[in-house]
Design a protein around this ligand. Structure first.
Ligand SMILES: [Cu+2]
Length: 193
């Protein structure tokens, strides 16, 4: 029985003594193939983590996680190509209190004297305010109830820096608040004469 089944596996070799080397070679081949496959597997796994570390860079932006505190519709805005001759440009960022508790907007200000920012809450407007050190930045202490919205209206004067202001620009407005570290909203533009 044993010899018959062994010869069946070994194919053409009818002599049981000749079967043994063939089986042995098959095992060697299977082990060798297993080692190669394992090696490929290790190489693939070893290669994978190289791609992974790049990803955690993504969530570093200023946007608050939804459901906590002060959240903005966007954390940056691009005016695109704008002309000094065409004058000032404005953009509104929408704010919402995404937290469960009331929060206060304490101060808002800009990173440069060419930019002003105002808080628009319902029919009331606070500001425009400019850059600390250049203009006074008063405390406004405006409360936003949970779910309540407001707007931050930014105005940029591309001509404020004169001819030197041509080219790419980036400015930041800062919103100091009671819920979290200051929220920063950026805008950019390509200024042409
Ligand atoms: Cu400026």
């Amino acid at each position: 029985m044993m010899a018959k089944s062994a010869s069946a596996k070994a194919g053409k070799h009818p002599n049981p003594s000749a079967v043994a080397p063939g089986v042995s070679n098959n095992r060697k081949f299977i082990i060798a193939a297993g080692v190669v496959i394992l090696g490929i597997g290790i190489a693939v796994v070893a290669a994978m983590p190289k791609d992974k570390p790049a990803e955690p860079v993504q969530p570093a932006r200023a946007e608050a996680p939804s459901g906590t505190g002060l959240s903005a519709s966007e954390t940056s805005f691009n005016f695109g190509s704008i002309s000094m001759a065409a004058g000032k440009v404005t953009h509104r960022f929408r704010l919402v209190n995404a937290g469960a508790n009331p929060l206060e907007i304490q101060k808002i200000y800009t990173s440069c004297m060419c930019t002003t920012v105002a808080l628009v809450k319902g029919v009331r407007q606070f500001g425009p305010f400019g850059m600390p050190g250049h203009t006074p930045i008063p405390t406004i202490n405006q409360t936003l109830a949970p779910g309540e919205r407001a707007y931050v209206e930014v105005e940029f004067d591309p001509a404020a820096h004169g001819p030197a202001g041509v080219g790419p620009i980036e400015r930041v407005v800062t919103i100091e608040n009671s819920a979290q570290p200051p929220l920063q909203l950026a805008f950019s533009a390509q200024v042409r004469p």
